[in-house]
Design a protein around this ligand. Structure first.
Ligand code: HEM
Ligand SMILES: Nc1nc2c(c(=O)[nH]1)N[C@H]1C(S)=C(S)[C@@H](COP(=O)(O)O)O[C@H]1N2
Ligand SMILES: [Mo]
Length: 413
C-alpha cells in the first residue's frame, strides 16, 4: 500500500519539472507588481463607490468635483477587465509551485499555503462575478454589491499577507532591473526555506540562462502588457469619447438610447409606465412646513436652471447631458426646510433597490442638484425618468433616481 502510494506520488511533477523560462521569479515578480497595482486601484475606487452609497460622517463625499465618480468608477471597471489577463498570467507563471513537496512542512508553511489558496479563490470569484455584472448577466443568486464588497476585504487582506510573505522574492525578482537575461532565480519555492538563494554561479547554466529563455520571458511579459493595455482601451471607450469606436468590451453604448443617452432600467422594466404617464401625476413635497403637491406645470413655473452633468453608472459607462429643472434646494425651501437639509427621494417604482435614494445636505445645497424635467432642451423621455428625476454632480448612477414621486425634506421618510 505504502509503496503504491509512493509510486503514484513519484509520478506527480515537482516544481523543478516545469522548465519553461516563464516560471522564473523575475517574471512572477513583475506580473505580481502589475497585478498588485490593479488590486490597489480596485480596492480604493471600490471603497469610494461603497462610501457614496453607504455614507459615513467621518469621510463624506461632496458634489465637487462633478466628474470624480465617473473617473473613479470608470477606472474601477477598466482595472477590473485588465485583471483578467493579469490574473491568468500570474497563475500560469506560479502554478508549478502548487506541486511543492512536502505538501506542508509545518504550521507556518501550512498557513502560508492556505492564505494563497484563499487569495486565488477570492480573486477569481471577484473577477468572474464583476465581469458578469458589467455585462448585465446577473446569473448569481445573491446581491452582487454586498457579496462583492465583503469579498473585496478578503482579496485585499490576502494580498497584504501575500506581499508581506513574498517581499524578499519580489525584491530579488526585480533586482535585475530591466535585465531578463541569465538564469536568475529558479522557480520552486518563492522563499527558499533555507534562507539562501542560489544566485548566478553554477546555476547560470541550463535552459533558463540561455538567450532563448530571455526571449521567452520578454515575449511573455510583452504579451501580457499588450493584452492588459488593449483590454483597458477597449473598456475606457464607454466613458472616453476618443476611444468610443473601439469600445468593443463595453456592453452599452452611452449614446444609444432615447435622446442620445443610454438607459439601464426602462420605464417598462421598472413597472412605472402607467403611473409615470398619468396626467394626474404630482410631486409630493414633504417638509417641516407640511406637505404640498406640485404638478409638472407647477414645477415648470418655478425658477428653472440648467446643469451639464454626467450620468456615471456603477457598471462603468458614463455620458454627459444638459439637464434642466428645479433646484432641489429651492424645493427644500418651499417645504419649509433649510437649503442644506438632507432630502430623501422616493420613486413611483414599487420594487427594486434603486427606487429610493438620499441626497446629503451638501448635495442639496449645490446649485447643480436638480429635480430634472428636461434633457438637452426637450422634455425628459419616459425611460430617462419622466415626469421628473434627480440629477446631481459626483453621484453614482444608481442614486440618480428616476420617476420621482415624493421628496422628503429633512431626511426622514
Ligand atoms: C479584484 C479585486 C476587486 C476589488 C477589491 C473590488 C472592490 C469593489 C468594492 C469595494 C466595490 C464597492 C461595493 C459596494 O458599493 O459596497 C466595488 C464595486 C463594483 N465593482 Fe469591484 N472590485 C474588484 C474587482 C472587480 C472587477 C473585476 C469588476 C468587473 C470588471 C468589478 C466591478 C464592480 C462593479 C460593477 C461595482 C459596482 C457595484 C454596484 O454598486 O452595484 N470589480 N468593487
Ligand atoms: N427609480 C429608478 N431610478 C433609477 C434606476 C432604477 O432602476 N430605478 N436606475 C439607475 C441607474 S443604474 C442608472 S445608471 C441611471 C441611468 O439613467 P438614464 O437611464 O437616464 O441614463 O438611472 C438610475 N435611476
Ligand atoms: Mo447604473
Amino acid at each position: 500500500m505504502v509503496s503504491a502510494a509512493r509510486r503514484i506520488l513519484d509520478r506527480v511533477p515537482r516544481p523543478e519539472d516545469f522548465t519553461s523560462a516563464v516560471h522564473d521569479e523575475r517574471v512572477v515578480a513583475r506580473v505580481g507588481v502589475w497585478f498588485g497595482a490593479a488590486i490597489v486601484i480596485l480596492f480604493v475606487t471600490g471603497l469610494v463607490s461603497h462610501l457614496h452609497q453607504n455614507p459615513v460622517w467621518w469621510l463624506p463625499f461632496g458634489p465637487e468635483p462633478a466628474w470624480a465618480y465617473r473617473v473613479t468608477q470608470g477606472l474601477h471597471v477598466a482595472a477590473g477587465f485588465a485583471c483578467v489577463p493579469l490574473l491568468l498570467a500570474k497563475l500560469y507563471a506560479v502554478y508549478p509551485r502548487l506541486f511543492v513537496r512536502p505538501v506542508v512542512t509545518g504550521w507556518r508553511h501550512g498557513l502560508e499555503r492556505a492564505s494563497v489558496g484563499l487569495l486565488v479563490a477570492a480573486t477569481v470569484f471577484q473577477v468572474v462575478t464583476g465581469v458578469l455584472n458589467v455585462f448585465q448577466l446577473y446569473v448569481f443568486g445573491f446581491g452582487f454589491t454586498r457579496v462583492h464588497y465583503a469579498t473585496s476585504w478578503i482579496v485585499f487582506g490576502a494580498v497584504l499577507v501575500h506581499v508581506g510573505v513574498q517581499l524578499p522574492a519580489v525584491v530579488r525578482g526585480l533586482a535585475s532591473g530591466g535585465d531578463l537575461s541569465g538564469s536568475g532565480v529558479r522557480g520552486g519555492h518563492a522563499v527558499p526555506r533555507g534562507g539562501t538563494v542560489p544566485q548566478g554561479g553554477a546555476d547560470d547554466v541550463g535552459p533558463r540562462g540561455s538567450d532563448e529563455a530571455q526571449t521567452t520571458r520578454r515575449g511573455f511579459l510583452g504579451a501580457v502588457a499588450v493584452a492588459t493595455l488593449t483590454l483597458t482601451a477597449l473598456t475606457l471607450g464607454q466613458t472616453w469619447r476618443p476611444l468610443r469606436p473601439v469600445a468593443l468590451l463595453a456592453p452599452r453604448d452611452p449614446e444609444a438610447g432615447p435622446q442620445g443617452l443610454a438607459v439601464n432600467k426602462t420605464a417598462r422594466g421598472a413597472g412605472v409606465v402607467e403611473a409615470a404617464t398619468d396626467p394626474g401625476w404630482a410631486l409630493e413635497l414633504v417638509g417641516p412646513g407640511g406637505a404640498v403637491r406640485l404638478s409638472r406645470d407647477d414645477l415648470l413655473a418655478l425658477d428653472q436652471h440648467e446643469a451639464v452633468l454626467p450620468i456615471a453608472c456603477v457598471e462603468g459607462w458614463s455620458a454627459t447631458a444638459r439637464w434642466g429643472g428645479v433646484r432641489v434646494r429651492d424645493l427644500a425651501a418651499l417645504a419649509g426646510g433649510r437649503p442644506d437639509d438632507p432630502v430623501h427621494v422616493q420613486s413611483l417604482q414599487a420594487r427594486g433597490s434603486y427606487r429610493e435614494s438620499d441626497l446629503p445636505g451638501a448635495y442639496v445645497a449645490h446649485e447643480d442638484t436638480l429635480l430634472a424635467l428636461r434633457l438637452d432642451g426637450e422634455d425628459l423621455a419616459l425611460d430617462h425618468g419622466f415626469p421628473a428625476r434627480i440629477i446631481a454632480p459626483n453621484r453614482p448612477g444608481v442614486l440618480q433616481t428616476k420617476w420621482v414621486a415624493r421628496l422628503v425634506v429633512g431626511g426622514a421618510a
